[in-house]
Ligand binder design. Sequence first.
Ligand code: ARG
Ligand code: ZN
Length: 426
Amino acid sequence: MRRYSVLRLQPKEQDQIDFLHNVYMNDVKFDFWKSPSEVGKEVHVMLPDDVEAKFLPLLDARNITHSVMIADVKKVIEEQQQKRIKLRKQVRMRDWREGKVQFNLAQYHSFADVINYLNALAVTYPDRVSVQPIGTTHEGRQIPLIKITNKRSVGQKRGIWVDGGIHAREWVSPSTVLYFIHQLVTQYDRDAQIRGFVDSLEWYIVPLLNPDGYEYSRSSNDPEIRLWRKNRSPAKCIQQSSGLFQPPTTTCCQGVDLNRNFDWFFGQVGSSTDPCSEIYQGEFAFSEPETSAVRDFVQRHRISTFLTFHSYSQILMYPFGHQVRTYSNDLNDLRSTALLASQALRSVYNTQYKVGTGADTLYPASGGSEDWAKGKAHVKYSFLFELRPEEQVWDGFLLAENQILPTARETWEAVKVIAQQTLSLP
Ligand code: ARG
Ligand code: ZN
């Protein structure tokens, strides 16, 4: 078994960035948790020990500052699993109850558990909850959407789209979105603001947009599997020349990066045509069942606000992310809303978020859903959240379960600000 570690790199000059970017685009043995963008921004990369042994001298030769962020990824995954098993036992003994429907929001769940929870809500609260599939994945799973609105209040209402789990390994995202669902449904009778949100808006929420990838990431403690990002589309192959006088080799890989597969500058900066890349864009825009399901649903409904949840880095992004310094005409509306939302978020546990476009705060990436929603589907408010942890914290995608509720609580405050803004649209 190979040992996997995560390195933290601090490039300080442009040629160091260029070197790392070349690795990022051309060497699929490296799994960039945080990819290179510009001088001063950290890079996090997971790699197996044999690759690390060859890579470290290259870093030293280029004077790239590096340190170990996680020495043994597998060990951390296993420790977290042990903790989860312990916690499950305690919880069972206490026999917790959340409202009328049992579901522990403080832990990571299987897709089957999520389905059961959503269906239980629909049965228990039929006057404001319904569940419907919006598409079927490559592996045959139905992607559930939960619609929350007061079915008795009539008239045209604005729609808010929320999705989580587009990237498989970002487990805190679906968990956070499930918390929103819980709040909207169970606080209806207790909280006048939430009553307003459910009476006067239509919430269309997909907590787990990429169930195939998510279930795959849950299926093993092997870092290559737990840290899976893409969906599970069937393998595509490419021929690679392996050097002079050698026959080309064929390599085949599964999965499309769903957040490169939307129709917004598809196939340009920050995406790859290599099926083995973590940022493989797919054969054409909306080639995937998950992304075409989003497109079809959003186009057929009156969506004013589009919220999509990722981890990690603590950034609240508005369009456009495909290249730096590129904004919509109503930038001021989006920016002021994002700033208000991030202030509300901070007010809970003093968690600091950066605010800006994906390209300006993280790295340019084409084919992203938040850009498509604004640029092509013409929603008013389109935001992408990169949830906890911040980049200084060591655990990245392996966020511990005790972080779920704090993350969800603070993020809900931001979402309420955006929902309130949506309500006050003319
Ligand atoms: N972590 C996200 C991703 O890689 C960020 C995308 C930001 N959006 C953008 N269009 N740049 O998909
Ligand atoms: Zn993501």
